[in-house]
Ligand binder design. Sequence first.
Ligand SMILES: O=C(O)CCC(=O)C(=O)O
Ligand SMILES: [Fe+2]
Length: 386
Amino acid sequence: MLFPFAGYRVVYRNIKNVSAEAIVGINCCLVESGGRGWVSRQDRISLALGDKESLFFLSVLSLIARRYPMSFPRSLGSDPNQFKNNHPATTDLDQHGYHVFENGVDADAAAALLNAIRHTRAFDSSLFQSEAEFDTEPLYVGVNPRPGRNLLDTFENYLDFVEKDPCIVDGLTAVLGEGYELLNRKIVCGVPASAVPGWLKARITDNPVNNLGAYMKPCFRDVTYFYGIDFHQDLIDYKDRDADFVTLYVYLHDVTFHDAPLFLLEDTHRFGGTLFPHDLTKTDSGDWIYGDRKGQSMQTRQTMLTGQAGYAAMWHSCTLHGTQPDAADNERLSLRYLFSKASGANGAGIDTINANLSGPLRLNTTRTDLDGTGAAVIKANSVNSA
Ligand SMILES: O=C(O)CCC(=O)C(=O)O
Ligand SMILES: [Fe+2]
């Protein structure tokens, strides 16, 4: 690697992102944009400098920026949060409520993990209790993965391809700050129609949330199983908590329209937390009208998240998204992570994003579709007509 400033300690790590920033202060961080030669492609460099040296370095930097403007698509400023706020992960989340990682994560590593997951069980009707077993003692809560019963945790040594992917780490750091925290991780399975027993289909069709954990044999509740879930915010599971977290979703195999892809409603994070089931009406043009039931409404574009193995996207915890029942013969297996801002972190991108919301950051009730036992009491569904 070439670097013209001899004498400075240069610390670098590989990243795939393509952008240019300089953070004023003790650390200067450059991410090369066009393969100009003086900073090698895909290297991120931070320089440990004293104050005087910083000033000198930044003057030289701006001269170079003027000489090679294409290497610096964004202006060099003195705002220490500029890197975070200008990072595409932050600007996408701010503007539209979601961000797709351009290069995804390593597809071969995704395939290896998928293979290992598939070896643990058949994703077919053998997962389910019988109707009689279920009716003996219906249990709707505590049926998701939890510490000590989480299949993804048993694959810890497979997970660097996501958790240490430089672009993922970079995007999460920009949005949530250094030291962001893992709030939850699990495997999600879109159960194919062919695997769902007939007695169950008759009971759950058009329920807004078809989390099938309740109907699974207890030993298989280390994965979350869906047969579609209506448009929701991931804040739904976190009443009395700020929307200071994001979801990272990774497809382990190719996902097309036929594999129960995620449908996401752009810009919907803007109203902050709203009550599930949400106020949504589809328009003739295929967009949706979304209301917050407090006087605000917006027209939102529906986007379908399809992609190849290793596809990775993240969204704000107030962004509406959902899935239709999996009509294909094969299950859809994905990884679902929640990451939150480090406690006490200041100036993370999420602070800027959340400052731009026009609704509450926190709810003390997130949903009205369940009774006291957790059974569905509302039969209605929007995403099935997406
Ligand atoms: O994978 C799915 O079908 C839905 C996933 C989802 O939205 C969630 O787990 O919050
Ligand atoms: Fe979700």
